[in-house]
Design a protein around this ligand. Structure first.
Ligand code: BGC
Length: 932
């Protein structure tokens, strides 16, 4: 769903509201963050809605929710499952269902009405729905996991990191079953998951537009299923289900070589098709011994990392429709055990093809070698139209950059080889190929094997990522920052594949927690990430060690020693504490905090036990890819990496601080007290050991100051000194940032917080190396892993670690949102109940237009300075309030709201005698003032 259009329309109505409609309207009804979800596992799901009104100060004072078992009952206002009655409450998000106990498959139709600030009832909302999932394990009976006997024997590609069993991923498994429907049907629901990735077809049609399902989870503990309504695909007589399986995350190179599948390297399918007949009976088709399978289909090799080989000559026409002769296929192997892992409804938005991209260039690089340019570094696939005689074999090699010879640069892909797809033609006619179980990170495609010259319109780029709704739009007078924000957003979507991956191209693509933690706030500004992080936090908890350590990435990959290493690295493991806190701040999700709190506490307790003198000594990564890793002649010759103990202790303190705040929110005051004390002890130890009375922190590094300031470790009296040292350290580094991924965005925030906002603005505008602008000068359309990924005159950084599609340095997006757009949350009032609007113009910036669709509805923040006059237009949804900080540059005597003195404006109150800070009620406002 796209909130953009809604917000635009809303804004124009709000600012031009001649005829005001004071009543409240209700929109965007969601259940557990999703719109009309088809499988919900929560026994008491939470319901959310948004309010709309053109009247200032409008709010909900009470609500009534009706939940009915049929649409008809709901339409006649019968809430046979739940009628909440009139509940006096302002709550419009996370309202807990408190009706009759819900059972598996139960359909729930709901609507809501509210009473406004005048006590007037709204109309009922449009109806919405949710359907319960399969809540008990027995609900799957008698379905069992089935697999193909040949696939079980076939060696997988690269079983372990250093043991590559074969040079190709496995062939796809094809499975099929035919059936008739006994009597006329009313409705049919398909429940499906796989160990691997699946594509399900019924009577020749795909059952959904989702790809790469099921997604990556900690498979030893948890695997996700989906439910699809397939009523329209079925007919009375003669039906066929055909399923393709690819290695996916489960059985691929970095899959899970663990129980319940003893090798982890063959694929299995679990499926139930429930057909409700018109007479009320149910007919069920399940995966069992009656299915047939083969690995002898056209997808002769397919894996996320390496790509796919599709030999169209091996296509079996009609394999997914009734009447196909499958006598040469195998009988499937039935796994009698459902396994120990939980089979859970997917709580997050699925992965889809979200956008098509038209390439911008095609050239013949060498005889018969063509290079396609997508115009952007993207992740997904290319769909290609191919001409030429049967047997024509085309190769598509994907890469992010061109090398000095103009070839596609692939050395940085490491063992992901050339990210190549190969297609072999079946006929002499034109054919179209689109891969199935792979995705690539690329801007360029180097192609060979065409029988005739390809043309640009033979190719379509398909962007593939988790389809969480877009919620944030930013635009300003500064084209460099606009480009940066576009690149950050693109890099985010390029790396949203059920976890935030570090990169989408090389043989890694992991859910690195350090990167995820850093980037989380930025990601939340661009997309509704609530459901996404809810899911990822399950993986993170699943992975936590019994002693409390969090891992460095989650889900695990098939490293052999995952249990004894890759844990507790500062800044990475701390994501287990930072991430749920972020989600809580942005979405007000208290249940998530409740569920996560013990886990976060166990991590801090582990640190507490392990580092009794309150200094966390030594660390693994530190401020990763900081200036010390840059190899470049002439760069300032000073060590810039923050000393490991200084770095690690700062995170120890920060996680402790956040756990104490979580405890406070959850009303666990004794524990809050305990962790507050621990935090103070760590901060004291930190100051004693690392900080002198002039605020100088051991190592004198930019990152050291940034972390200490942002984590509130320093006594107030020396904070300004420390901030000044941060600036001096920037001067020493030729006026550039020398920080790595953990320090960079925190340094930007610290500069703004301590009155060096212009300096932060200068840094974001730099175009010389190292800087974001330098990347853009080199043609970047995404964010790089390293400041020196490519340096003119020197060339590429080491290919062993040099991605051009890495979200981490894009975390500066958060700084842009909060300080240039001025949209921020109030920690004391989470979920945007109270909003902080505080734009800070700087340098040559003359306007910003930003919109963020929060959990409570759209927030607009638009400012401009024109001819010595500031105009600041804001709007916030009903039921919220905001503090508006007009920038310090305005002449307070001249401040007006919608042309009137502020004292006369409805909904505006000056705060604490400060003449440029106002409290506003919900609604749209236009502030103007002369600039001093
Ligand atoms: C990843 C990083 C990650 C790091 C851990 C790299 O290979 O790409 O982004 O955080 O390893 O140090």
């Amino acid at each position: 769903m796209n909130y953009g259009a809604i917000t635009l329309v809303l804004f124009s109505v709000m600012v031009s509201s001649a005829a005001e409609d004071p009543s409240l309207r209700l929109e965007n009804l969601r259940c557990e963050y999703l719109v009309n979800p088809s499988a919900v596992d929560e026994k008491q799901p939470r319901l959310s809605w948004e309010l709309r009104s053109e009247e200032r100060g409008q709010k909900q004072t009470a609500y009534q929710v009706l939940v009915a078992s049929t649409p008809e009952k709901l339409a006649s206002n019968g809430g046979d499952l739940w009628d909440s009655g009139r509940i006096a409450a302002t709550q419009s998000a996370h309202v807990i269902y408190r009706g009759r106990e819900l059972t598996s498959r139960q359909r729930c139709y709901w609507k809501v009405r509210v009473w406004d600030g005048h006590g007037k009832a709204s109309d009922w909302s449009a109806p919405a729905s949710w359907t319960m999932g399969l809540l008990r394990r027995e609900d799957w009976d008698p379905a069992r996991w089935i697999s193909d006997p040949d696939d079980r024997e076939a060696p997988a590609w690269g079983r372990q990191e250093r043991e590559r069993a074969t040079s190709e991923p496995k062939a796809a498994v094809m499975l099929r079953k035919e059936f008739d429907i006994e009597r006329p049907l009313r409705r049919a629901t398909l429940y499906v998951t796989a160990r691997g990735n699946y594509e399900v077809r019924i009577n020749g049609e795909r059952v959904s537009d989702e790809v790469l399902a099921p997604e990556w989870t900690e498979f030893e503990y948890r695997i996700q299923y989906r439910a699809h309504d397939v009523t329209n695909l079925l007919r009375q007589d003669g039906n066929a289900i055909g399923v393709l399986l690819g290695e996916g995350w489960y059985a691929g190179w970095y899959g899970s070589p663990r129980p319940p599948n003893p090798t982890g390297h063959f694929m299995e399918l679990l499926l139930r098709l429930e057909i409700e007949l018109e007479d009320g009976a149910t007919q069920t088709i399940v995966t069992d011994g009656t299915w047939k399978s083969t690995i002898d289909g056209p997808i002769t090799s397919t894996g996320h990392y390496v790509g796919e080989i599709y030999d169209a000559r091996k296509e079996m026409r009609g394999w997914d429709t009734p009447g196909f002769d499958a006598s040469a296929w195998n009988d499937v192997v039935v796994n009698e055990a459902l396994g120990d892992q939980a089979i859970v409804a997917q709580p997050n938005d699925p992965i889809r093809i979200t956008e098509t991209v038209a390439p911008i260039g095609l050239r013949e690089h060498a005889p018969g070698v063509y290079i396609l340019d997508m115009g952007q570094n993207m992740s997904g696939q290319v769909r290609v139209r191919v001409r030429g005689p049967a047997g024509t074999r085309i190769h598509l090699h994907h890469g992010e950059r061109l090398d000095d010879e103009g070839s596609v640069y692939t050395r940085n892909l490491r063992h992901a080889e050339n990210q190549r797809n190969i297609y072999i033609k079946d006929t002499d006619d034109e054919e179209v190929y689109q891969p199935h179980f792979t995705y690539q990170g690329f801007r360029y495609v180097q192609m060979t094997g065409f029988a005739d010259e390809p043309t640009l319109d033979d190719f379509v780029g398909l962007r593939i990522h988790s389809d969480a709704p877009r919620v944030g739009w930013f635009e300003s007078s500064n084209s460099l920052i606009n480009q940066l924000m576009e690149n950050i957003h693109r890099t985010q979507t390029n790396n949203m594949h059920s976890v935030i991956t570090d990169c989408p191209q090389r043989n890694e693509r992991f859910g690195w927690l350090g990167d995820g933690q850093i980037f989380s706030q930025t990601s939340i500004y661009f997309h509704d990430m609530a459901a996404f992080y809810t899911k990822w936090l399950c993986d993170i908890r699943d992975n936590q060690k019994p002693d409390g350590r969090y891992t460095e990435f989650s889900p695990r990959a098939s490293f052999r020693h995952m249990d004894t290493w890759r844990t507790a690295a500062s800044g990475w493991a701390d994501a287990g504490v930072i991430l749920p806190w972020r989600v809580y701040q942005n979405y007000g999700d208290k249940r998530l905090l409740e569920r996560h709190y013990d886990s976060a506490k166990r991590y801090v307790d582990f640190l507490d036990r392990t580092f009794p003198d309150r200094i966390k000594r030594g660390d693994k990564y530190g401020d990763w890819v900081n200036g010390d890793t840059v190899r470049l002649a002439g760069k300032p010759n000073v060590p810039v990496g923050v000393p490991k103990d200084v770095y690690a202790t700062a995170f120890f303190a920060h996680s402790t601080d956040l756990v104490s705040r979580m405890a406070r929110v959850l009303g666990r005051d004794n524990e809050a007290q305990h962790y507050e004390t621990l935090f103070r002890e760590i901060a004291e130890a930190y100051n004693r050991e690392f900080v002198d009375e002039d605020g100088r922190i051991q190592g004198d590094t930019q990152a050291g100051y940034a972390l200490a300031l942002q984590f509130d470790l320093l006594p107030e009296s020396i904070q300004p000194r420390a901030a000044a040292h941060l600036v001096e350290a920037i001067v020493k580094y030729n006026g550039h940032l020398s920080t790595g991924i953990q320090g960079t965005f925190r340094a930007m925030h610290a500069l703004t917080r301590y009155d060096f906002h212009d300096e932060a603005y200068r840094l974001i505008n730099l175009r010389e190396f190292p800087s974001w602008g330098y990347m853009i000068e080199q043609g970047a359309t995404s964010i790089w892993e390293r400041w020196d990924g490519y340096v003119a005159g020197r060339g590429f950084a080491t290919p062993t670690m040099n991605s051009f599609n890495h979200p981490a340095f894009g975390a500066v997006g958060e700084w842009v949102w909060q300080h240039l757009a001025g949209i921020g949350f109030d920690e004391a009032s989470p979920g945007y109940e109270h909003i902080v609007l505080r734009p800070l113009p700087a340098g040559d910036l003359t306007w910003v237009k930003a919109r963020y669709h929060s959990i409570r509805g759209p927030i607009v923040s638009e400012w401009s300075i024109d001819d010595g006059r500031l105009t600041y237009r804001v709007s916030i949804p009903p039921g919220t309030t905001a503090t508006v900080y007009l920038p310090p540059i305005v002449d307070v005597q001249t401040i007006r709201e919608s042309g009137q003195p502020v004292a006369d404006a409805i909904g505006v109150t000056a705060l604490n005698g400060d003449e440029s800070v106002f409290h506003i009620d919900s609604g749209a406002y236009t502030f103007t003032a002369d600039v001093r």
